[in-house]
Ligand binder design. Structure first.
Ligand SMILES: Nc1ncnc2c1ncn2[C@@H]1O[C@H](COP(=O)(O)OP(=O)(O)OP(=O)(O)O)[C@@H](O)[C@H]1O
Length: 275
């Protein structure tokens, strides 16, 4: 028989419990132990139903926002076959380790980063690994990396709802996910897929960020919806999740990424978000 605890949820599943995702008992259920030298207060996953919507950019923007507020922040780059976080932050050295684990590399703004690219001799070498190996590496980024004392660990997931998000949701105590999307036709379905995956895994959805929302005319300031009119408010209302921000196509952001100086961005589009 399923055992019930005081808050009314079962030990096997949080589904059906009003406190799902917020009660502390859930944190004890996870398979992968965190490194003995890591104390991480919040783990936030950044997911997208499809590729190329700017998920890494939003991960970096959330991390910048928290750094600007004075929090200690790490980014676990779980996009193993398409890692972009180290380059955004201009981090190219190889991560160092001891018998206690591997140290993340520290970006200029003190964001701690772990990515497969920081473990490869040649960062241009492709990672041609099968799913279980990729998932194993992501779990090792939790168990073997000495994150130290962190207020927030952001996990930049690969796009879609495949092996790695599944592993992260099952092995790490994810406090919530942020869904990233763009204002295009298939968005409704794709956002719902990401949302439903998180829900099925009993992970709270903290909200949705729309990237590539508009372009601001540099002359007259008019906002142009290059991908058509956005429906994000309707979708968010339907799913009962907040819209956390709308990021325009901004040449300054693209330049900062290109120059590998994302740590200098001031990030005006995501600022007053409580995570
Ligand atoms: N709002 C924006 N304004 C300008 N450039 C942007 C914006 N969002 C993303 N970009 C640029 O688009 C490129 C792709 O973004 P990013 O790597 O974040 O996408 P992604 O969704 O993580 O990709 P993938 O799905 O392949 O992992 C990057 O060069 C990034 O700098």
């Amino acid at each position: 028989m399923t055992e019930k605890n005081n808050s009314g949820c079962s030990q096997e599943s949080c589904s059906g419990c009003a406190q799902a995702g917020t009660c502390q008992s859930k944190k004890e259920d996870f398979g992968a132990p965190v490194n003995a030298h890591s104390q991480i207060r919040k783990v936030i996953g950044v997911i997208s139903g499809k590729g190329g919507v700017g998920k890494s950019l939003v991960t970096g923007s959330l991390a910048r926002m928290m750094r600007e507020k004075g929090y200690t922040v790490g980014i676990l780059d779980a996009d193993i076959t398409g890692p972009s976080i180290p380059k955004m932050y201009g981090v190219h050295e190889m991560a160092k380790g001891t018998e206690d684990g591997i140290f993340p590399c520290i970006a200029q703004d003190k964001t701690r980063i772990m990515s497969v690219n920081l473990l490869l001799e040649d960062e241009d070498a492709p990672v041609i690994w099968r799913g279980p190996v990729v998932s194993g590496v992501v779990t090792q980024f939790w168990t073997d990396v000495i994150w130290g004392d962190l207020d927030y660990l952001f996990v930049d997931m690969p796009p879609g709802t495949g092996d790695v998000p599944l592993t992260v949701f099952q092995s790490l105590p994810v406090d919530g996910v942020v869904i990233v999307t763009s204002p295009q036709d298939l968005v409704r379905m794709i956002v719902k897929k990401a949302y439903n995956m998180a829900k099925q895994m009993n992970i709270p959805v903290l909200g949705v960020v729309e990237n590539y929302s508009y372009v601001k005319c540099p002359d007259c300031g008019k906002e142009i919806n290059v991908f058509g009119e956005s429906h994000i408010e309707e979708i968010a209302a339907e799913l009962e999740i907040p819209v956390l921000g709308k990021i325009p196509i901004d040449a300054k952001i693209a330049e900062a990424v290109e120059a590998e100086k994302f740590y200098e961005t001031e990030n005006p589009y995501l600022q007053n978000i409580e995570l």
